[in-house]
Design a protein around this ligand. Structure first.
Ligand SMILES: [Zn+2]
Length: 107
């Protein structure tokens, strides 16, 4: 239905990302590529999502160079593993600094 396409585009994920996503899932055999699954600690889980190996934010801040959506920076991941990875990445970010007034300080 047409309206669902409009919604999809409104969320910022166009058909180009959709195509790329399927390409990555196909390339990785629809199996999770996270360190836990790949490292053999677990039976590899089925992947339905695509993760940026280097977070997109790194490209914005100049910590990483190039195109964040390059296939070399993408990997298929399981939904639950994706959540774990995102949490880990957030943990590595510097904590929000709080000023003397008790409000977060913007850099
Ligand atoms: Zn995994």
């Amino acid at each position: 239905m047409a309206w669902s396409n409009i919604n999809r585009h409104a969320r910022g994920y166009g058909s180009q990302w959709e195509k790329l996503r399927l390409q990555i899932l196909e390339r990785d055999g629809h199996l999770c590529q996270c360190p836990d699954c790949k490292g053999g600690f677990l039976q590899p889980l089925p992947a339905h999502e695509v993760d940026h190996i280097k977070p997109k934010a790194w490209f914005k801040t100049g910590k990483a160079q190039g195109n964040p959506d390059d296939p070399s920076n993408l990997r298929a991941v399981n939904r639950e593993c994706h959540k774990k990875l995102t949490k880990l990445q957030k943990g590595h970010r510097p904590a929000v600094r709080v000023g003397l007034d008790g409000f977060p300080v913007e850099d």
